[in-house]
Ligand binder design. Sequence first.
Ligand SMILES: CC(C)(COP(=O)(O)OP(=O)(O)OC[C@H]1O[C@@H](n2cnc3c(N)ncnc32)[C@H](O)[C@@H]1OP(=O)(O)O)[C@@H](O)C(=O)NCCC(=O)NCCS
Length: 378
Amino acid sequence: MAQQQIELKRGLNGVYFDTTESSDVMPEGRLIYRGYDIHDLASKSTFEEVVYLMMHGALPTRWQLADFDAALKAARKLPPEVIDIIVKVKGAHPMDVLRTAISALSAFDGETETMGKDANIRKGIRLTAQTASIVAAHHRIRQGKPMLEPDPSLSHAGNFLYMLLGEKPDKDTAELMDRDFIVHLDHSSNASSFAARVTASTLADLHGCVVSGIATLKGPLHGGAAEGVMKMALEIGDVSNVESYLAKKHANRERIMGFGHRVYKAEDPRARHLRDGSALLAQKKGQPKWFQILSKVEEQMRPYAQRGICVNVDFWAGSVYYLLGIPEDLFIPIFAVARVPGYVVQVIEQQGRNVLIRPLVQYVGPHDQQYVPIDQRG
Ligand SMILES: CC(C)(COP(=O)(O)OP(=O)(O)OC[C@H]1O[C@@H](n2cnc3c(N)ncnc32)[C@H](O)[C@@H]1OP(=O)(O)O)[C@@H](O)C(=O)NCCC(=O)NCCS
């Protein structure tokens, strides 16, 4: 049979599959959430307020925000059964532990099977709080340290750092983590949000959709670049080695981690907030070395901007986490802590006017194979 002429879009590159009102990623280096510029939100808002904005579609009043914040705080404690599961799987990669624990939470959420926007917002609030608690609890458990009770006087970001590292962060550090969460919250049709939407399109429950998103985020082509950047900085070791390191990479046609983006062809607008944070932390911790190395890499890579290869969010995120004393295998889970409410928003949007996402793939294998019984095969 003659092969049908089909125009393939491998990787769905350049394909629009629906419309969205949640976020827009623009090639010229602009990002908006529900119409608000990321720079305004990162510098003037809080993670709690932005999660409200994303879930409800409008900024909250003072009272709405207070209720929302109270609901987030009320959900910080994990069911003891889920803690038992985390203890049992504590040796796995933190992303695998997170995926497993979120899946387990579905057994203890009274509304797992309740569908609709309102239930999804209630579950989404709980999942947002619980994701942070799982990442922190697992890190404490695997180190043999006691888990910490959530502190209701702290913001979502501040409480996460406290439960993870065992020390209450100062105002600047809590605000930096808050900004990091804001800029990572949503990013249009990225691979993991798309995975969450595909699951949502079958009318599966929210916990299942979030598990799909988290499983997809783990891959090094998606969530893993921040770790790669910090590995590069450690390999370079000293600012005087930057030029020779990059020359070798370019000669071998290797990619420089933290540069380039499928959509942005100018600087990723999220990068500047983490660059500022990295500079602040470097000064505060008396460890200017990593900031100096990365600044020099950024400077040396400037000519690549002409080809649309510019700095992306991951370039500075890794150094921020590193300077906070967070181990490299938690870089992707931290991304997940910020992105889970993004999955919730996209699932609500998908199910609000659902259509099953079921694309076609062109079959190119044989058509007329004859079945041979097993005892007659050579
Ligand atoms: C993110 C990324 C996968 C986007 O890739 P893409 O839009 O599909 O672009 P391509 O992979 O087709 O690359 C286009 C060209 O730019 C070059 N390029 C892209 N990113 C590069 C980088 N980080 N360093 C050096 N060259 C790069 C490619 O080598 C290719 O060059 P060629 O045309 O001479 O072969 C890619 O830029 C990358 O691998 N970056 C490093 C990893 C990273 O930081 N990921 C986090 C993204 S937020």
